[in-house]
Design a protein. Structure first.
Length: 93
């Protein structure tokens, strides 16, 4: 399934550095597994292979969103995300 991902990485405070590295690590360690196509600075299209709806939800929540959150948190940043199916735009995570 192809999904659109909006991913914004922000600092926890203006005194924190690491926003750029956090985004680069998320792209390299998390998004690269799903053949990302960049559609803008914070917009990606991901191809997610899955067999069941439960597996799809688990991939999105655990493998993408949770791992991206953990990487940003290690760099004292946070993420804002929006994920929706390109095949069914009413379906969001």
């Amino acid at each position: 399934m192809k999904v659109a991902l909006y991913l914004a990485v922000e600092r926890n405070s203006k005194f924190v550095r690491g926003k750029k590295r956090a985004k680069e690590e998320i792209e390299r360690l998390v998004l690269s597994r799903f053949a990302p196509e960049m559609k803008g600075e914070s917009d990606y299209v991901l191809s997610i292979p899955y067999e069941t709806e439960t597996e799809l939800d688990q991939i999105i929540y655990d493998e993408i969103l949770r791992e991206a959150h953990d990487i940003a948190d290690m760099r004292h940043c946070f993420i804002e995300t929006d994920v929706y199916s390109l095949e069914d735009p009413k379906r969001t995570w």
